[in-house]
Design a protein around this ligand. Structure first.
Ligand code: TNX
Length: 575
């Protein structure tokens, strides 16, 4: 009996040492840090005390508190940071020499030093550090796995968990390539509630993404409460049903009403939540096209006076705001007044995409405005296209006078664009290249690489029905944002973003599936210097991220490992 016990105990000990010895030279952090140099030995997180440079307390107390709580929950005994640096353990330190978003992690057998000069730097350091910890850090109920390899974790006995908290001695120095690191969400085509938006922000933060582009209005639904125009939400936020798949002709609907909007209190809640994760929320009010939901609520905003119906199909509508009438500008300014109050962001996105001009050609008010402004058709553009420039410039002036700047889709480059506008290049990279060459700032979101509403894999018959085109993660990863930009103009490329349009995406699980793990690739385009990119290394990191997604309860695509399709999905598949 005694012998059997001894044998079992020694087997356990062997198992423990096999599982728990951290293999050096492998750590998985996405996005990959700029500098990673391994040292000797390892650091035991489970036994470590947390101490804090008093200067850090002013800056990022809440980030350290959250880290300590998660660590305590994972280890089953509470942790608390103490003020005043100790000689060993996890130490949070201010280093004023570091740049705003820069951080350093220095791990030796005695210390894990986390250094930054700002709360954002500290936050990013914690995101990196957390990815070096067992999955339990993200969810105390996650199984305990060894962390030495990224791809094939071996489950280990629960009682040994404390032994898995060893991280290799390593020196990490890191800072981002681009200042603007964006992720977009369309909540008009399908509405997503505040809880989901927060979960979306959480996973963005894990990737060090710092701009949330919130597409709040479109033809199919107006999603933000505007006190001056209550019908925007009482009428414009609901449609009686939605077109099934691509049944345009003959039209087939699903018979299910769809609606939803955010109250101003909810908007403030999301903006504050995002700010706590160093994410700025950039609202988009898409104009003068993509406005039918607003026109259904206030038909006088259109050229014919309506009636208009909140749209049930997808695509580009011919009905657009009427710039011939002053009432239209009064409306836009009234909406923007409230937007400015709610969103501290310097940038406000005013859309500008896909605005057909047929209504303006027939509209006496628009033609009168064109004559008064002396706009003329020339060999490049029609007078009506110049009328869109007039709309853009007026809205830009209005926002500039209130200390804000505009971003618009690359269509705003057509004709004359006033200085100070930022262009979001979606129809390929060409718009961004042209913008940068002409002295405009630009953000790269080329559809072929960074539209996460496109299929996750080539095997579309196994994928949830999508709007267009296979766009696997490998393709996203291959995009180089500065390609084709002359050296002198490169400073105008502020950064990179991916978009999630939701025509065919109506549930949180489906939305998560479309963005993950392509967001891993996005974050490396935004954060890493091009020479740090390496697809094979990246794949290992994606495997590690998938375990974090499992622990946190996100859906994601496993196509990178040859397994297309969303398990449990019962909706229509691609064809
Ligand atoms: C184009 S991107 C649009 C959106 C659609 C998207 C679908 C852009 C500025 N306009 O309205 O949702 O394609 O992929």
């Amino acid at each position: 009996m005694k012998l059997r016990f001894l044998l079992a105990a020694s087997a356990l000990a062997i198992l423990a040492s096999a599982c728990c010895s951290p293999k050096n030279e492998t750590i998985c952090i996405i996005p990959e840090p700029q500098i990673v140099n391994f040292g000797e030995g390892s650091f035991d997180v489970a036994r470590a005390a947390i101490s804090i440079d008093p200067a850090v307390c002013e800056l990022g107390r809440e980030h350290i508190a959250e880290f300590a709580i998660r660590l305590g929950n994972a280890l089953g005994s509470p942790r608390q940071g103490v003020e005043g640096l100790k000689d060993s353990g996890i130490r949070f330190i201010i280093d004023k020499k570091l740049a705003e978003e820069q951080y350093v992690i220095d791990i030796t057998p005695e210390c894990a030093d986390i250094k930054a000069s700002t709360a954002a730097g500290l936050f990013y350091a914690i995101q990196s550090l957390s990815q070096l910890l067992p999955d339990k850090y993200f969810n105390p109920d996650a199984i305990c796995t060894e962390i030495e390899t990224c791809q094939k974790p071996k489950p280990c006995p629960k009682s040994l968990c404390r032994k898995f908290w060893k991280i290799p001695a390593v020196h990490i120095e890191d800072s981002p390539r681009f200042a603007y690191r964006g992720m977009h969400l369309d909540v008009s085509r399908h509405f997503f509630g505040v809880d989901f938006v927060k979960k979306y922000l959480d996973v963005m933060a894990l990737h060090k993404i710092n701009r949330f582009h919130w597409h709040l209005s479109d033809d199919q639904g107006w999603r933000i409460e505007i006190k001056k125009y209550p019908r925007l939400t009482s009428v414009g936020s609901t449609r009686p049903e939605t077109m099934l798949l691509k049944n345009f002709e003959p039209y087939v609907g699903d018979g299910i009403p769809h609606g939803g909007y955010y109250t101003q209190d909810e908007i403030r809640e999301v903006v504050a939540y995002a700010a706590s994760k160093h994410i700025t929320v950039i609202p988009e009010i898409d104009l003068p096209g993509h406005m039918i939901a607003a026109m259904a609520a206030y038909p006088e905003l259109g050229c014919t006076g309506g009636p208009y119906k909140v749209w049930q199909i997808w695509g580009v509508a011919n009905e657009v705001l009427c710039p011939g009438k002053e009432k239209t500008f009064e409306f836009i300014e009234g909406v923007l007044d409230e937007i400015i109050e709610l969103f501290p962001s310097e940038y406000i996105h005013i859309g500008g995409d896909e605005c057909p001009k047929s209504a303006w050609e027939k509209c006496p008010d628009c033609q009168k405005r064109i004559a008064e402004l002396g706009l003329k058709t020339d060999e490049k553009h029609t007078a009506e296209q110049y009328l869109q420039n007039y709309v853009t410039a007026r809205v830009q002036d209005y926002l500039n006078a209130r200390g804000r700047k505009i971003i618009g889709w690359d269509e705003i480059l057509e004709g004359n664009l006033a200085k100070g506008a930022t262009v979001m290049s979606w129809r390929g990279a060409a718009g961004g290249i042209e913008a940068a060459k002409n002295g405009f700032d630009a953000i790269m979101v080329p559809a072929g690489y960074l539209y996460f509403d496109y299929y996750q894999s080539e095997a579309v018959e196994k994928e949830p029905f999508a709007i267009c085109c296979p766009s696997p993660i490998e393709k996203t990863y291959s995009f180089e944002p500065l390609e084709g930009i002359p050296a002198k103009a490169q400073k105008h490329i502020l950064g990179v973003q991916a978009n999630l349009w939701t025509e065919y995406i109506s549930t949180p699980a489906h939305a998560e599936y479309m963005v993950l793990p392509r967001m891993d690739a996005l974050s490396e385009l935004q954060w890493c210097q091009p020479e740090r990119k390496d697809y094979e290394r990246f794949k290992e990191g994606v495997a590690r991220m998938m375990r974090i997604y499992d622990a946190l309860g996100y859906s994601y695509s496993r196509n990178i490992f040859g397994e297309p399709g969303l398990p449990g999905y019962t909706g229509p598949l691609g064809q």
